[in-house]
Design a protein around this ligand. Structure first.
Ligand code: AKG
Length: 261
């Protein structure tokens, strides 16, 4: 079985939700000509890192943007891994990913559990505590947000439970591009699964972002990689590769959970 995935590596207008919804809608319409099964958006794609204004910009219970993405999924008959948005509740603002199936139903929700202190996330966001497991056309998947990829044990929790595709959405800065590429590749190799990573392009008042969205196979080979600018990255996952790689090097059988979790 194959699955065609598309990452919308968009530039994000700082704090301008209306403009960002318009930009995403345009990229989505354009990429649908390639008939992907799944479309992935970047982290905080409606607001960017406008952290000091998230108490105002945050989407109350995610209702507005959930509605927009649900309509897109239905209209295009496509699964959507909805990047993340600032979700506002009485308990604070979370950096939250919503996943939709082709009928526009929400099939998953995940709030970033590792907040990135270097960019002050811990001062403005509340951490999540739930796992981001979901299925796309019956394939078990999991969602992660940016800094999460520095915590291999968190991704392993999900692959141990069967995830075959790890979707990563990010606003990863350019100065650490080498970490982005290396960590994503390592996560694919050690988990012997696909990694689909959608980063943003462009800059905000504090950072220049790396782009370089990537699709990596279970052997660690790059299926597709974007450049630094705005781009729609499309690639095909071939699920026959997962058992092939796992048969060759049976990492999951050889683990010693009696010594470590
Ligand atoms: O870990 C990094 O270097 C980048 C993380 C990040 O930018 C984020 O989590 O938003």
């Amino acid at each position: 079985m194959n699955m065609k995935v598309a990452c919308l590596q968009m530039d994000i207008a700082f704090g301008d939700i209306e403009e960002n919804v318009k930009r995403a809608a345009e990229q989505l319409a354009a990429v649908m000509e390639q008939e992907p099964d799944v479309v992935v958006l970047p982290e905080l794609w409606t607001t960017g890192y406008d952290l000091t204004r998230l108490d105002v910009l945050g989407d109350v219970d995610g209702v507005h943007v959930k509605g927009v993405m649900s309509e897109w999924a239905k209209a295009y008959d496509v699964n959507i891994v909805g990047g993340s948005i600032a979700k506002r509740t009485d308990d604070g603002v979370t950096n939250t990913m919503y996943m939709f199936d082709r009928s526009g139903e929400i099939v998953g929700e995940y709030s970033k559990v590792h907040l990135f202190q270097l960019m002050d996330e811990h001062k403005f966001l509340a951490p999540g505590s739930d796992e981001g497991q979901f299925t796309v056309d019956n394939v078990p998947c999991a969602g992660f947000i940016c800094y999460d990829i520095r915590f291999p044990e968190w991704l392993r929790v999900h692959t141990s439970k069967g995830a075959e595709v790890l979707f990563v959405v990010a606003e990863w800065p350019l100065p650490r591009l080498v970490h982005w590429r290396t960590l994503l590749t390592a996560r694919a190799i050690e988990n012997q699964c696909y990694v689909v990573a959608c980063n943003r392009a462009g800059s905000d008042p504090n950072n220049v972002f790396a782009g370089h969205s990537m699709i990596i196979d279970p052997w660690g080979e790059v299926v597709a990689e974007a450049g630094e600018g705005e781009e729609m990255l499309v690639g095909t996952l071939d699920f026959a590769k997962i058992p092939e790689v796992r048969r060759g090097i049976p990492v999951f059988e050889d683990r010693r959970p009696d010594l470590y979790k």
